[in-house]
Design a protein around this ligand. Structure first.
Ligand SMILES: Cc1cc2nc3c(=O)[nH]c(=O)nc-3n(C[C@H](O)[C@H](O)[C@H](O)COP(=O)(O)OP(=O)(O)OC[C@H]3O[C@@H](n4cnc5c(N)ncnc54)[C@H](O)[C@@H]3O)c2cc1C
Ligand code: SF4
Length: 446
């Protein structure tokens, strides 16, 4: 094992940081957008719409691009998904709309729906246009807790429907994981805050940053003061490795490190190890691995306890990690952390296999990897407010996103509505807003 951990800031030159954290997929220009839009067959009963969790009229917006109505295209997208700009950058389209595209059958290449969506929404944002207006004031007030995609999608729809909305957000900035979690190179140039500004530009939404439920406000008070409450809390906690030595220096929570990276004004200021091991197999594992490599780490290895098919990161993301120089070791699990002078110096991993009944088990055979930093990326956990029913780590809601508690709805990652993706959270927030609206108009109360 090495003598002292090699963790340092400023491993690269300014030009390398700029290149590594610039836009990973440069946008289409007008000519390429027109050519790409002409590949759409404008299918009847389009399977791409079915595959989009927010049900965007994809052929409808592509037709508008093809006929030169780019602003109209953006409005079609944003009417269903107010985070259409973020989703065009972060959605795993390869397993959603683009996987369903019929062009895969004839040409083995789908229409580039994500890039077209980005082209249209970027065009609208550049013009600073506000395509939506608010309905007449309803006189109802709704509290939204959490300013991530679920909370803000809910707030925006409620404000459009004429309700007055207050958003309580624990952090300093709105945006949730779009601002603090998603990989920096997917949402370059402070796009997440520009999108928040666009959403807030509708009016009717008051934000209370730095106000945490459970610390600064209580659910009991919110239910008293407001006609309805929506909880879009996300998953704020992290799972433990449950391996000996987890509290050593150099063992870090990947999500917290990514948040620091996303908020750093200068990536050169962020200390990073020369040799990195990441434990996990999802988005977060892939993102921390690629970003530490982009910060100048020399050797980055992801260790995952099962095979490539079981990783929740898509095939495309795994491939991107590998072409970025990240190694992925499958069928291994942490046995124990190796420390030196109170800091992590390596990890002993045990090979795994599927035993009787398909249960994962260790083979007893181990090997060690040296590292200066070890990142835990093994899933996040919910910290639920008191009094709500929770099952399998998620708040229980019905088909209308109502919790069992009167006047309280919930959506996004804190409920089990589908996959934990930005696009699903937006859909949850939107549908919950309509449910709240129906309840408020029906009863005068939630
Ligand atoms: C590292 C990482 C990378 C990801 N990459 C992608 C990707 O590329 N594509 C994709 O589609 N999805 C990605 N995801 C998933 C995606 O970010 C989430 O599914 C989505 O952000 C969930 O939205 P949400 O609004 O439910 O929760 P969040 O985005 O987590 O927002 C919840 C908000 O609630 C606030 N909050 C929490 N508790 C309280 C409280 N007590 N009081 C007040 N406010 C509170 C939080 O501060 C936060 O702002 C990624 C997730 C992670 C962790
Ligand atoms: S499935 Fe493909 S070709 Fe058909 S409407 Fe959708 S994007 Fe166009």
């Amino acid at each position: 094992m090495a003598d002292a951990p090699d963790i340092a800031a400023g491993r690269l030159g300014a030009a390398a940081y700029a290149a590594n954290f610039g836009d990973v997929e440069p946008p289409l220009d007008a000519k390429r957008a027109l050519i790409e839009s002409s590949r759409c067959l404008f299918c009847y009963d389009a399977p791409c719409i079915e595959a989009c969790p927010t049900g965007i009229d994809i052929p409808g917006f592509i037709r508008k691009i093809a006929t030169g109505n780019v602003r109209g295209a953006a409005t079609t997208i944003l009417a269903e998904n107010i985070f259409g700009g973020a989703c065009s950058r972060v959605c795993p389209t390869e397993v959603l709309c683009e996987q369903a595209c019929v062009r895969n059958l004839s040409e083995e290449k789908p229409v580039d729906i994500g890039a077209l969506q980005r082209y249209a929404t970027d065009h609208l944002f550049a013009g600073k246009a506000q395509p939506f207006a608010r309905a007449a004031a309803s006189g109802k007030r709704v509290a939204v807790v959490g300013g991530g995609p679920a909370g803000l999608a809910c707030a925006h729809r409620l404000a459009m429907l004429g309700h007055a909305v207050s958003v309580f957000e624990a952090r300093d900035k709105l945006g949730g994981l779009n601002e603090y979690g998603v990989a920096a190179y997917k949402v370059a140039n402070d796009f997440a805050q520009a999108e928040v500004d666009f959403i807030m530009g509708l009016g009717g939404i008051q934000a209370w940053p730095g106000a945490a439920l459970g610390r600064d406000v209580t659910l009991t008070q919110l239910r008293k003061d407001y006609d309805a409450v929506f909880l879009g809390l996300g998953l704020a906690g992290v799972n433990a490795l449950q391996a000996e030595g987890e509290d050593m220096a150099g063992v870090e929570d990947a999500v917290a490190y990514i948040a620091r990276l996303r908020q750093a004004r200068d990536q050169a200021m962020l200390p990073v190890g020369r040799r990195i091991v990441v434990i996990g197999g999802g988005n977060t594992a892939i993102d921390i691995a690629i970003q530490t490599k982009k910060l100048g780490a020399e050797d980055v290895t992801i260790a995952y306890r099962r095979g490539p098919e079981q990783m929740s990161a898509t095939h495309h993301e795994q491939e991107f990690a590998q072409v970025s120089g990240v190694k992925i070791k499958h069928w291994v699990k942490p046995a124990k952390l190796i420390g030196k002078g109170g800091a992590v110096a390596g990890i002993e991993l045990e090979y795994t296999r599927l035993g009787t009944g398909g249960k994962l088990e260790g083979t007893g055979e181990t090997f060690a990897l040296e590292c200066d930093q070890l990142f835990k990326a093994i899933g996040q956990t919910l910290t639920p407010p008191e009094g709500l029913k929770v099952e399998k780590g998620k708040i229980v809601v019905d088909g209308e996103y109502r919790t069992g508690m009167a006047k309280v709805w919930a959506g996004g990652d804190c409920v089990a509505s589908g996959t934990d993706l930005t696009v699903q959270s937006v859909q949850d927030g939107k549908l919950a807003a309509h449910s709240i609206d129906r309840a408020l108009r029906r009863n005068g109360h939630g």
